[in-house]
Design a protein around this ligand. Structure first.
Ligand SMILES: [Zn+2]
Length: 297
């Protein structure tokens, strides 16, 4: 699998970030071409104790660095240093190669050491995964072929290059990165599609599906999204144990405050809405209100 590309600088936003192209590498640091055939995307880290993208770009603006990369990614920015149709000097190795990947047929992404102590933060890794997925789309790499065509620098060369170091010493992190890339290719989100519920949302005979939609719940509350992602089971557990008491809205079709305000008969029956009786309002809608044609919002 490979694709002829003529793309120079990219214009797409990556994970909401506009790619900065204001600091291109000096022309002595890469091989200029009008087009080339690309098969692989290679992931690197900068190997500094702590750094960010801008300083790296500025470094390669100076002549005769004898190295380069297409992109530098940090927590908040993505810099494109070399045009995609040009070959960056990222994986050239006098000791030979382990695969068919070379400077000439690869797109090279450098993750900056944004966590300090020679480590790349999770935020930078996620930004890099979105960029990697975009490059996969450009060259025709699918979720099914990521494992073959998205490689660590370490995978490419015989010199035992520890790059990115944390992906060599902790391969589970590398697997996680590739899972994010596959999820993005399949669903547009590194978290992937919501986990389907293994059973219906029934607790003690009450079916909560009219008031609980995991996608709605996760998207509405950033604290839940960061804690549970799209895991429907964990989101439902939170809803049952805490969400109803906190009077959170977990479905576009039901808002407990609106429901209590709208129906005086329910307030007479249950008392004015509080954290301690909120569950009664949720239960009422699920067991009776919906059937009675009551408005949940
Ligand atoms: Zn590298």
């Amino acid at each position: 699998m490979s694709k002829k590309i003529t793309t120079g600088f990219i214009t797409n936003k990556i994970n909401g970030i506009t790619v900065n192209k204001n600091y291109p590498a000096h022309s002595s640091n890469y091989t200029n071409s009008s087009s080339r055939t690309v098969s692989h995307v290679i992931i690197h880290y900068t190997g500094n104790k702590a750094d960010a993208g801008l300083a790296n770009c500025k470094y390669f603006q100076t002549a005769n660095r004898k190295a380069s990369a297409h992109f530098f990614v940090d927590n908040t920015a993505i810099y494109q240093s070399v045009e995609l149709r040009d070959s960056a000097w990222s994986i050239g190795c006098s000791q030979g190669y382990k695969t068919s990947a070379r400077n000439t047929n690869t797109i090279n992404i450098e993750m900056c050491c944004t966590a300090g102590n020679y480590l790349v933060s999770e935020t930078t890794q996620i930004n890099s995964a979105y960029l990697c997925a975009e490059m996969c789309k450009l060259v025709g790499i699918t979720a099914n072929t990521v494992d073959t065509y998205v490689l660590r620098h370490y995978d490419c060369v015989k010199s035992n290059k520890q790059c990115p170091k944390q992906y060599v010493t902790n391969p589970a992190q590398w697997t996680q990165f590739k899972t994010w890339v596959k999820n993005i290719l399949n669903t547009g989100s590194h978290l992937g599609a919501p986990t389907p519920a293994s059973s219906s949302y029934v607790i003690n005979g009450v079916d909560y599906s009219p008031v609980f939609d995991p996608t709605y719940y996760s998207n509405k509350y950033s604290d839940l999204k960061s804690a549970f992602g799209s895991n429907a089971t964990l989101l439902f557990n939170h809803f049952i144990n805490n969400g109803m008491k906190e009077m959170r809205q977990a479905s576009a079709k039901f808002n407990v405050q609106a429901y209590a305000t709208r129906y005086a008969d329910l307030r007479n029956a249950f008392g004015a809405l509080t954290a301690s009786n909120a569950v009664l309002y949720y239960n009422h809608y699920c067991t009776n209100g919906l059937k009675e044609g009551r408005n949940g919002v």
